[in-house]
Design a protein around this ligand. Structure first.
Ligand code: HAM
Length: 420
């Protein structure tokens, strides 16, 4: 059996879980509708080169976490490790920019990264997120950050912390990175092995290192990218934070917040919650003004965020208190004839009243069926045995009050009032 278990880092969502997931998804859909965002769903796999070009070859995601393969036709394909690049690919492919100048899109979908699984970190996980494609203005950044913050408020998540930074426009990047590398030349060997690798490949990621010694060295030696951004970038950042102030969104300016994907320009942000443990990032995002162009579209500014659904679930509380999927009525039937009749009436009740009915299919005793109805917490049981069939009646029992009455089978499916 052991080799038939689900793959490490993946999870089955059982009926108890899916109930809570659906509840949360519904809140997200409503929230997005309220803000005028339209849902987009893209395929689960894409050409590998979309991610190489979109996310960047030297990022952790592309260099070691992607599930990629060559298919029978020789095409290099990858299970999506994130959704921004696929959404931008779809935006370009369907020329959404020609339909309206600003496309506000959102998604709730699954993703795949071959990371080391732990609490809040899976290999197949889910994100909801938004991508606002078309506006270069700080109001758009502020809308995106405000939405990220407000949705967690809607869920009642406590201990939120918003960190925000600007990594400036793309034009300053090379010069800054050269300076950063230079500043660390003399202490290179004191950095951890991963940081020594990062210096040449993806030096911005040095700031993400969890090793306290590396952080100390950075504090002592490294220049911050924020101190190298242009006047325009500064102004953009100030306007974003000004709007956040007037929206009452609390935030910290974190000079080390650079984010792990290559496409960001100017604004970067993350929301963490101290109730999450080691994997404390609830969501992350920022502006990516060059990505549409890099993937073959017209230059188009954009900003968005994505949020881990599993982490939201952890912050929201566990699912243990959610009861089993239930129904309004349980049909207790005794004998094949009564069960068959019960099936027909149950179907009519579903169609006529739109309420949920469960029929017995295990041929259990009266007592066992009653126990099952109790376990499910149904509001009514309808009992039909041979006796009742002969009399063309059923016994309807209100499980709360304990009252029961005989109801004609004809009336039961069309006119009977199932009232609490
Ligand atoms: P990201 O920071 O890679 O950004 O992921 C966003 C969120 O997804 C994280 O904050 C975390 O909650 C969740 N997450 C990431 N990896 C895992 C994992 N292995 N298991 C469980 N949850 C995970 C992006 O994906 C960007 N596309 C965000 C974005 C959208 N930027 C602009 N638009």
């Amino acid at each position: 059996m052991s080799n038939l278990k689900s793959i490490k880092g993946t999870k089955d969502l059982l009926p108890n879980d899916t109930l809570q997931w659906r509840e949360i998804e519904n809140i997200i859909h409503n929230f997005m509708n309220l803000h005028g965002y339209g849902e987009i769903r893209t395929p689960v796999f894409e050409k590998t080169k979309l991610f190489l070009r979109g996310i960047g070859v030297d990022t952790d995601i592309v260099s070691k976490e992607m599930y990629s393969w060559t298919d029978q036709g020789g095409e290099n394909l990858t299970l999506r490790p994130e959704l921004t690049a696929p959404v931008v690919r779809a935006y370009i492919q369907h020329q959404l920019g020609t339909i309206k100048p600003l496309n506000r899109l959102y998604y709730i979908d699954s993703l795949f990264r071959r990371e080391r699984p732990q609490k809040g970190r899976q290999r197949q996980f889910h994100q909801f997120g938004i991508e606002a494609i078309g506006s270069p203005y700080p109001e758009q950044d502020a809308e995106v950050i405000t939405m990220a913050y407000k949705i967690y408020e809607t869920f009642g998540i406590q201990n939120l912390s918003v960190r925000i930074n600007s990594i400036g426009s793309a034009s300053i990047r090379e010069k800054y990175l050269a300076e950063l590398r230079n500043s660390l030349l003399s202490i290179n060997s004191e950095l951890c092995k991963s940081c020594q690798n990062r210096i040449n490949k993806n030096a911005l990621r040095l700031f993400d290192c969890k090793n306290p010694r590396c952080q100390e060295l950075l504090d002592e030696h490294a220049p911050f990218i924020f101190d190298h951004i242009t006047e325009e970038d500064h102004q953009h950042f100030n306007e974003v934070t000004k709007i956040l102030d007037s929206m009452g969104i609390p935030y910290n300016h974190d000079l080390k917040l650079v984010r792990g994907l290559d496409y960001y320009t100017q604004t970067t942000f993350e929301i963490t919650s101290s109730s999450l443990g080691a994997q404390d990032a609830l969501c992350g995002g920022g502006r990516y003004d060059k990505l549409v162009e890099e993937l073959g579209g017209k230059p188009t500014p954009a900003v968005g965020f994505a949020a881990g659904m599993e982490r939201l679930m952890i912050a929201f509380g566990n699912t243990e208190n959610v009861s089993n999927p239930t129904a309004d009525i349980y049909f207790i039937t005794l004998g094949k004839k009564a069960t068959e009749k019960g099936f027909v009436i149950a179907e009519k009740i579903r169609a006529n009243y739109g309420i949920s009915v469960i029929s017995e299919t295990l041929q259990r005793s009266m007592k066992a069926q009653m126990r099952e109805a109790n376990r499910m917490g149904v509001k009514f049981v309808v009992i039909i045995g041979d006796n009742e069939l002969d009399k063309k009646i059923a016994i309807v029992k209100n499980m709360d009050s304990g009252d029961q009455e005989e109801v004609s089978l004809e009336i039961l499916s069309d006119h009977f009032l199932f009232e609490d």
